[in-house]
Design a protein around this ligand. Structure first.
Ligand SMILES: [Zn+2]
Length: 318
């Protein structure tokens, strides 16, 4: 991308919906509505005026069923309470707004894929919640209801005929649900950097699927230098070997040093760095087609600053 003049290129897309703020897991829960408010506040700054903005449509149940069992989709939506809260597990809690939020999160990512394939945006970031990468085909887990990023990968294949779709996940937690979807399907690729051991317990280096899964576990205390080394030596070369036709990114920012749920030591500049490296890979293989979705990130200030660094990079300004 040495000669790329970003001012002459298509803009970056920001997809979100107010419904995603209405999902309320309850007082004291770290996956709080204020996370998304903090992220959206920062995108009101003048430096983000060049973003194209799209209200997320409702996700289609036919798309969700590409990843999840149809009975599970019905079960989740039927469990949404009219008032108060309903728990799917100890830390995955539904409120009256949760069904719409989860459907908007799915709709955001599939709409972003559609826009990037159509060429109306160069790349896109989906500022949504709940997150998705822990959700397994048959059960919700770890704050996650539907696995939006895996659904987007399947949507890219079925709606647009793409043959090879890569998912890269730099959330501090391992994307177990995404790995479950990818590990038996050579048309998909999954790479993850994450603190290990840590919730959910999966993501050892030896978990390689059909050779299409790369796990880069990082010890507690690992900093940006170690994180970058893992990408340079393991994840980026494997991504190049896979030669994706689309790059999807599970963009969690809980590997930030300020995050209360984990113990890695990344800074905003590390998120900008990895974003730019992934954009370069996408440029080498598929005209830069890349869509990312918000996963974790629980210190509001670090989350907003890191999301800003990520999107600044997507805009070609890092
Ligand atoms: Zn996380």
């Amino acid at each position: 991308m040495e000669c790329t003049d970003y001012d002459t290129l298509m803009p970056t897309l920001l997809v979100t919906h107010q419904d995603c703020i209405a999902h309320e897991p309850g007082r004291g829960h770290p996956e709080a509505p204020g996370r998304l408010s903090a992220v959206l506040d920062i995108f009101r700054e003048a430096e983000f005026a060049g973003l194209i903005r799209l209200e997320a449509p409702m996700g289609r149940k036919t798309d969700i069923a590409l990843v999840h069992e149809p009975s599970f989709v019905s079960t989740v939506l039927a469990a949404v309470p009219a008032t108060g809260h309903a728990a799917l597990d100890a830390d995955t809690i539904l409120s009256p707004g949760s069904g719409s939020a989860a459907l908007r999160a799915v709709g955001a990512v599939t709409a972003a894929v559609d826009a990037v394939v159509a060429g109306t945006a160069r790349n896109g970031f989906c500022a949504v919640r709940p997150p998705g990468h822990h959700a397994e085909p048959g059960h919700a887990m770890g704050f996650c209801l539907f696995n939006s990023i895996a659904i987007a990968a399947r949507h890219a294949q079925t709606a647009h005929g793409l043959k090879r779709v890569a998912i890269v996940d730099f959330d501090v937690h391992h994307g177990n649900g995404t790995q479950t979807v990818v590990e038996s399907d050579p048309s998909l690729f999954f790479a993850s950097s994450h603190q290990y051991p840590l919730y959910p317990g999966t993501g050892a280096a030896g978990e390689t699927g059909l050779g299409n899964v790369v796990n880069a576990p990082l010890a507690a205390g690992s900093d940006g230098k170690i994180f970058r080394h893992a990408f340079e030596t393991r994840i980026l070369p494997a991504l190049d070997d896979f030669a994706p036709e689309f790059v999807l990114v599970s963009a969690g920012f809980d590997a930030h040093r300020a995050d209360p749920l984990a113990g890695l030591e990344l800074e905003e500049a590390d998120f900008a760095w990895v974003t730019t490296r992934l954009m370069e890979a996408a440029q080498r293989h598929c005209g830069g087609k890349l869509v990312s979705v918000l996963e974790g990130g629980y210190d509001l200030r670090a989350l907003a600053g890191s999301a800003a660094a990520h999107v600044t990079a997507l805009m070609g300004k890092a």
